[in-house]
Write a protein that binds this ligand. Structure first.
Ligand SMILES: [Zn+2]
Length: 314
């Protein structure tokens, strides 16, 4: 049994391919890699890729990708160069459209190589799609460094893929009950742990304390904030930083701590003991995040056992 204090094998944090980032600026090496008949391309469209019935991704030789399709270099493994191609609806229609599945749906069942490549491909695709123009002068930028930067032809400014850090945290009270909440836009009964974006100039640990106060009205003891692991969440461009923390010692040890939801992001919040959570989950009174999410893993980590299968809400 593992003794690591961190969450291991988070579904979207797995990857095996060496990113070989030093080749991105080497246009000669990139041209050779593209011309290599053993190179493989992963076509990506709107967060999805074509999959086999065995839940493996379908890769194509580079010759199958039209010359004007934007591509990015993903890395190298066992002598094979991997690229992704940002394809359109027409391409999907011509390539077994029924076989295309979204990363959210298949991320947890892919092997580590495929999971790592698709997460990166989807994250890059989302960035290219939404960052087409120079933030300084407004003109259209060019894709550079094998898909890893965009450069402005007017002022030569270089722009990098954007990743937004977000904290996600399981908060406990003095009797080790867990704080779960429902977002305003979720169906009744759907519950998860609290989460929120790290603000400019803020540490991740401070964001855990601030978001818990804002969303549920609970004061966290900053000395108990403990990092448990991270995974990319390219929906569209987050990095989820997982934490656990305990409520402030100012609260009474006997009574349940009152919760005050903000009503804007969080509609309902509730403390659960382990047995309350398992009972409510088995009775399908509540539904919890699916195994692909770090939220699921934080809950299981606290619970000390797998969640009932019927509990997942997506
Ligand atoms: Zn510019």
């Amino acid at each position: 049994m593992s003794t690591s204090p961190l969450l291991e094998d988070l579904a979207l944090a797995r990857s095996t391919v060496d990113r070989s980032a030093h080749f991105r600026k080497d246009s000669e090496a990139m041209s050779r890699a593209w011309a290599d008949t053993s190179s493989r391309v992963l076509p990506v469209y709107r967060g999805s890729a074509s999959t086999t019935p065995e839940n493996e991704l379908r890769y194509l030789p580079t010759a199958a990708i039209a010359a004007n399709t934007p591509v990015a270099f993903l890395g190298c493994e066992s002598g094979v160069w991997y690229f992704c191609a940002f394809v359109d609806q027409e391409f999907v229609d011509q390539h077994d459209p029924e076989s295309w599945r979204n990363l959210r749906v298949i991320g947890a069942v892919l092997n580590a190589r495929d999971a790592g490549l698709l997460v990166t491909g989807v994250a890059l695709a989302n960035w290219h799609e939404t960052h087409t123009h120079c933030p300084r002068c407004g003109i259209h930028t060019s894709v550079t460094d094998a898909g890893w930067t965009r450069t402005c032809p007017a002022d030569n400014s270089v722009h990098f893929p954007r990743t937004d850090p977000a904290v996600i945290m399981l908060i406990t009270d003095h009797q080790d009950r867990a704080l779960l909440a429902r977002q305003v836009r979720w169906q009744p009964g759907w519950l998860s742990v609290l989460a929120g974006f790290v603000e400019s100039g803020e540490s991740a640990e401070a964001a855990v304390v601030r978001e818990t106060a804002e969303e549920a009205g609970v004061e966290v003891n900053p000395q108990t904030v403990q990092y448990l692991g991270s995974q990319p969440w390219p929906f569209p461009n987050s990095l989820m930083l997982g934490y656990q923390a305990r409520a402030s010692s100012k609260y009474s040890l006997e009574a349940r701590i009152d919760l005050t939801v903000d009503g804007e992001e969080i509609a309902h919040a509730q403390w659960f003991s382990r047995s309350e959570l398992i009972d409510a989950s088995r009775a399908k009174e509540i539904h919890l995040p699916p195994p692909i999410s770090i939220a699921h893993r934080l809950i299981v980590h606290w619970l000390g056992e797998p969640l009932p299968r019927e509990s997942a809400f997506r």
